[in-house]
Design a protein around this ligand. Sequence first.
Ligand SMILES: [Zn+2]
Length: 107
Amino acid sequence: MGQILTAKCRCGYTVKSLNFGAGMMNFEDSCSVPALDRNTMEIVSRDLMKPGADDGNLSYYTEPEMNDGAARESPYEHFDRFIQRSRNYCPKCHQFTLGFEMTALYD
Ligand SMILES: [Zn+2]
């Protein structure tokens, strides 16, 4: 089951329609993960299993350094990948105040 997340920070930065995971039909060859594109400093969603999707300038929100480690809620998960609901790095205000809200599921 894939999840559609909205990234939202208290500074006002918002990004909608970020895919996390994959649907039932393509979970064996697809895994989308929200990531920070350090070229544009925008949050995007990239499919890890698609060749060429990662140009080396992506920091995935499943990586520990993208969160301050103090989140208390259980994270969103897709197999062995986890995204914290709160306290993620915001590319606009550079604080760990960005949250992810699930807005929909897809399969
Ligand atoms: Zn912010």
